[in-house]
Write a protein that binds this ligand. Structure first.
Ligand code: ADP
Ligand code: MG
Length: 697
């Protein structure tokens, strides 16, 4: 109270200095233009900037003379620019900036990709500090590969031997940040610390303010490590608290109990045209056992495309209907909803159940009928899109909700769903994007998980290979031959339209090029997300009906296309896609009787990490294995599908740090035992970011 009075600006007196919530553009020394650039880095307020801790620090002790450079070293070199020249690369719109620098011991080549703005900052004669990796050049000799640059003699603000390197954006350098941040550091002590004091002491962690100050300008490697330990702890701890809280809340919510009837299950399985795989049986059993409990089920079913998740959903629906409840099956797109309807109709017909369809584009009469059927209780199963969550949709006795989508069924949807039933229905979420087991606890800490790894027997894996630039013509000949034998294929491009800033093939350009110059005799068509829905559906139907040989598309093809005769998948700029997405693309083929081939076109600028991802895809065909590999290749922040689950990004923590996960998991349990209602105001406030992911209250 007293504080609030004291800090209020009084008339006639100087305004108090900046605080955590002061906007950066109101800070002396930060002008409008810089403030806009900071916004690009996600920083609006002083607190945001303080939390934007350096990517890493340059250890000045690693400064190396050019004559001592060796391949694979990560070094800092102080040198003078001798030559510099920009040239367009073979791939369109990529600029490569090449230079030669020297110090008293020798000279070394430098190369930067897509950093056109550097050409304006550097001239022959500029003194620079370069930090980066040394690689061997193709023609012999060494090269500094895409190094961080600092123009000028020293390294600006430098405390001790560790100089911070920040995320940069055009016009905003690490050097600039290094000068602007120090005056603001004292404000770090005024940020609310989300960790309860007793917990912080038990865990031996620094107070938040100190941690942030040290994370920017540590006096020693030990200070830096302690700072990062504290910040990493927060990041994972908060997710764990949110997930555990959501789980506890769910367990305390009255749900429906759908009793397990062995006879019904047996009859359903006996009526299938195939034998369930072992994984399908285990998953189904886990689902049915959850449904048989009075608490609401919240289970995630993970399995690659084609592993037969829908059958599990059908059996769950069958059981719900037998118990007198209704079931909904929700898909992310209308296209997928139609496909699910087909599958479910086949699977449920022997049980005498006729699923209905409700999507945004359902004709008015059909919509009225379905709404009446659901409200009256004579339609037991409905398939559709998120249109099913609209308030107009009422159920008589909703018991089960199956959600088929890539990202998590959010809090908002859960609340909409709850409003439709007296008690919280059971929820089964299906996803074809498995995440590594080690991330499970964090990303899906509030859900129970089932996994289907096995594929139904008789599936042939897709032969996958890389196509280097010189092999392009050969790859086209291969495609032509397959089409000649009656097959169809997809060509996936990273962009819809050509972009002046991004170097990647666009679907529109590529479609024109392929149709006019490469395959004038084949039937090509273009598909992307900006086409009107009708147009999209028509083109898709033409492809499905065999009237189109090659479908040139953006990532829109990722979901919900099932054309068994399509056995070719060519992916342009494959290095630009994540592993999860590439695996999803590939899941579109290999669905019919003919052998399938996936061609990954590699751009000349594909870096080593991207290449490693592509090689993983060549070597493995299981989404689960790829997920684990991706985690190793990229580190958790970007790993397989984590972003799309709506989690705030981890800046410091590594999600594959199992020790940290276990430590924070236990800490979260302890905190929730002491404070089950989450009354701690600072903790609750810090959890606000997770409120769209987990149901907290
Ligand atoms: P998912 O939803 O996991 O992508 P689906 O449930 O749509 O996979 O199943 C893909 C195809 O495999 C369907 O045509 C389905 O009938 C068939 N299928 C599912 N399980 C089996 C099985 N155990 N044996 C043979 N075919 C199966
Ligand atoms: Mg499916």
């Amino acid at each position: 109270m007293a504080d609030a009075v004291r800090t209020r600006p009084a008339a006639g007196r100087a305004a108090p200095g900046p605080g955590p919530l002061t906007r950066l553009r109101d800070i002396p020394g930060i002008n409008e233009a810089s403030a806009r650039r900071l916004l690009r880095l996600g920083c609006r307020t002083v607190a945001d900037l303080l939390r934007a801790v350096p990517r890493r620090h340059v250890d000045q002790r690693q400064r190396v003379e050019i004559a001592d450079l060796r391949e694979e070293m990560e070094v800092t070199v102080q040198a003078e620019v001798l030559r510099l020249h920009a040239r367009p690369a073979r791939a369109r719109r990529l600029t490569v900036l090449e230079g030669l620098v020297q110090d008293s011991s020798g000279q070394v080549a430098v190369v930067w990709f897509n950093q056109r703005y550097l050409a304006q900052r550097l001239q022959p004669g500029s003194r620079v500090l370069l930090h980066g990796r040394v690689v061997a050049r193709r023609g012999g000799g060494l090269q500094l590969h895409n190094p961080d640059v600092e123009v000028g003699e020293g390294s600006g603000h430098q405390v001790g031997i560790l100089t911070p390197v920040y995320h940069e954006t055009e016009g905003l350098s690490s050097r600039w940040l290094r000068h602007r941040i120090p005056p603001l550091l004292p404000i770090a002590d005024r940020l609310p610390d989300p960790l309860p004091d007793d917990l912080r002491r038990e865990e031996g962690l620094l107070p938040l303010g100190q941690a942030l100050r040290q994370a920017h300008f540590p006096a020693s490697p030990a200070e830096l490590a302690a700072a990062r330990e504290r910040l990493a702890f927060d990041e994972v701890f908060l997710v764990q608290v949110a997930a555990q809280r959501a789980r506890l809340r769910r367990q305390a919510t009255p749900g429906v109990r759908i009793p397990f009837d062995a006879e019904v299950a047996r009859t359903f399985v006996a009526g299938l045209p195939f034998r369930l795989t072992r994984d399908q049986r285990v998953a189904a059993w886990e689902v049915l056992r959850d449904m048989d409990r009075p608490q609401p089920m919240s289970r995630l079913l993970q399995g690659d495309v084609g592993t037969g998740k829908t059958v599990v959903a059908a059996l769950a629906s069958r059981m719900a209907v037998h118990a007198g409840y209704q079931a909904v099956v929700m898909a992310p797109t209308e296209l997928l909803a139609h496909q699910h309807l087909d599958t479910l109709q086949q699977l449920l017909q022997p049980s005498g159940i006729l699923p209905r369809l409700l999507v945004g584009s359902s004709p008015a009469r059909q919509r009225r009928e379905v709404l009446a059927g659901l409200a009256g209780g004579h339609d037991p199963v409905v398939v559709g899109t998120h249109a099913l969550l609209e308030p107009a949709v009422r159920f008589n006795r909703l018991g089960l909700c199956v959600v088929d989508e890539q990202h998590r069924f959010g809090v908002a949807q859960r609340l909409q769903l709850r409003a439709k039933a007296e008690r919280m229905p059971d929820v089964l979420t299906m996803t074809a994007t498995p995440i590594p087991r080690s991330l499970q606890l964090t990303v899906y800490g509030d859900l129970d998980c089932s996994r289907i790894r096995e594929r139904p027997p008789g599936r042939r894996p897709v032969a996958t290979r890389l196509v280097e630039p010189p092999a392009r013509a050969q790859a086209y000949a291969f495609i032509r031959e397959a089409v000649g034998q009656g097959r169809q294929g997809y060509v996936i491009c990273p962009l819809i339209d050509a972009s002046p800033t991004v170097v990647a093939r666009s679907a529109t350009e590529e479609y024109q090029r392929l149709q006019q110059a490469v395959f004038p005799d084949l039937r090509c068509t273009l598909l992307h997300g900006r086409l009107p829905a009708r147009e999209k559906a028509e083109r898709m139907a033409a492809f499905a009906g065999g009237a189109v040989d090659l479908l040139v598309a953006t990532s829109i093809v990722e979901v919900g296309v099932d054309v068994p005769n399509a056995t070719l998948m060519a992916i342009e700029g494959a290095g630009r896609f994540g592993l999860a997405q590439l695996h999803q693309f590939r899941g579109r083929i290999g669905r019919g009787a003919h052998a399938s081939h996936c061609l990954l076109f590699v751009d000349p600028d594909t870096d080593r990490a991207a290449r490693a991802r592509l090689e993983a895809l060549v070597a493995h065909d299981s989404g689960f294995e790829l997920a684990e590999l991706d985690l190793q290749l990229r580190g958790a922040g970007d790993a397989y599908g984590v972003r799309q689950h709506g989690m705030p990004e981890m800046q410091v923590a590594s999600l594959n740090d199992l020790v940290l996960q276990e430590r924070t998991r236990r800490a979260a349990t302890r905190v929730l035992e002491r404070d089950p209602g989450l009354r701690d105001r600072r903790l609750r406030q810090a959890l606000a970011d997770y409120g769209t992911v987990f149901e907290l209250d």
